[in-house]
Every structure is written in C-alpha cells, then in structure tokens.
Design a protein around this ligand. Sequence first.
Ligand code: HEC
Length: 241
Amino acid sequence: MARRRNTISRVAMPLAVSASLGCAACVNQDQGSTALASTDGEECYVPRLQEAAAASGITDANPCGPCGPCGPGAVIELEMDEAKAAYECIQGDLVDAYAVSGLDVATAYVNWDNYTAAPYLSALHGSRYVNNFGNDAADAYGEWEGGGAMTAGGILVKDSMTISTTGKVGVGPLFLMEKMEAGWNPDSDDWKYSMVTANGSVFGETKGTNAGAVGFCVDCHLAAERDHMFFLPEELRVNPN
Ligand code: HEC
C-alpha cells in the first residue's frame, strides 16, 4: 500500500517561548493549522498539539512536563480537519500494522465503504479516534437504526488511531464484527467479534483463539437497538451507498 505522507515540515518553536507559557497553552490553543507535520519524514503529528507541547516542555520521551497529563486515559480533542489530516497521514501505517495479522480483512477494509465523515473520538474503544467501514454485504449498515438484522457475510470494521499529548499520531487496534450464518453462535446473535492489536496480533476471536478476551465486546454490543450495531454520532454519518 502506497504511503500517503504529508511532507509539510514543521514550524520550529523557539525554545525561549517555552518558559513563558502556562498550562492553558498546552492542548487547547487554536493556531488555525490543520496541516500534518513530520519531524523525520516518517512520523505524523498534529501541529497544534505538537507546538503547544514543545512550548510547555513536553516531549515524546518526557511526557511529564508541567502540563503533561501523564496518567492514563488523557483525552485529546481534535477538530474535524485535524482528525482527517492525522488519519490521512497514518493510514498507511495502520494497514501495515494490521497486515501482520495475516487476516485478509485487515488490509482489504480500506477499500470498503467508509461511513464516517471524519474520525471521531470513541470513548468506548479506548478513547481512540475511529472510522467505521463495511463490506458490500454490509450495505444495510447505512440504514442506521431503521434497518433490520444484518445479512450473513456483512463485515463491519473500525480502525483506530491514538493521539498523544505531544500530538503524535499512532496506530490503535482494529475492531471487527462479522455476521456469520444463522445458528453459528446464538450467544452473540451470530456475530463474530475480533480485535487486532496495534502490533498486528489477533487479541481474540468469538469461538476462536482467546474467545474470552472479546466477550466484553459481545456484552456491550448486545444492548444495541438494531442487531448489535451502534453506528456513530449522527453528525458524522455518511451513507456511501
Ligand atoms: C462498552 C460498550 C462497547 C464495548 C465494550 C465495545 N464496543 Fe464496539 N461499539 C460501541 C459503540 C457505542 C459503538 C458506536 C459508537 C462508537 O464508535 O463509539 C461501537 C461500534 C463498533 C463497531 C462499528 C459497528 C457498529 O456497531 O456501529 C465495531 C466494528 C465495533 N464496535 C467492534 C467492537 C469490538 C470488536 C469490541 C471488543 C474488542 C467492541 N466493539 C467493544 C460500544 C462498545
């Protein structure tokens, strides 16, 4: 898969500025920039966050600067344009990482229908930025809450990226749901859940290896109004069909 790197180089932040900025400058300042920066031509950063982090002495190696929320689960808010640019920069890396799993869907999904206008923050999938894709058999996904049960063969995939306090964009896990034939597994209404980690290993699979590890997916998705599908925030829904 060809890499789509944005090669715009980053605006250097004068070191002298760092001492004078307080924590308010850390993550929410709007510098109006949505272009993706790259420090070494390989890594993806959200420039607004990268510049703010540099200004407050937070680095990838030392995320515990005066403003660095070192604790787990820091939620980084991105503008839609920033999320799109970050995704465009990292997508090649996502696919490379998922390819290690050896699963066809882990690379094929990028050519499927994307139902997401821009990557959004999903608190329930580890506060990562996600997109929802579906294969042709899953076209009825776009009927949203109004449709019926998914047809067998329908596959829904959610890829994900992480954003660190320094603005660095990283690979997050791949979440998969496949509707199997009727009777395959009544406990999950015939959905097979699986997850591929950021380093490409298969974390678990319903009725397969390490099935218990994906039991929590089933438990939560069972509560959805329409056949395990929760869809996405309304303002971000796109029906490509
Ligand atoms: C605590 C609840 C919860 C858990 C646990 C959970 N999900 Fe989800 N899932 C959701 C919600 C809500 C959405 C839609 C909104 C969003 O993306 O945040 C969703 C969306 C999805 C989608 C897109 C299809 C759809 O339902 O619209 C996939 C694929 C998915 N999840 C897979 C998984 C997998 C695989 C796991 C386990 C590794 C998992 N989920 C764990 C709540 C959950």
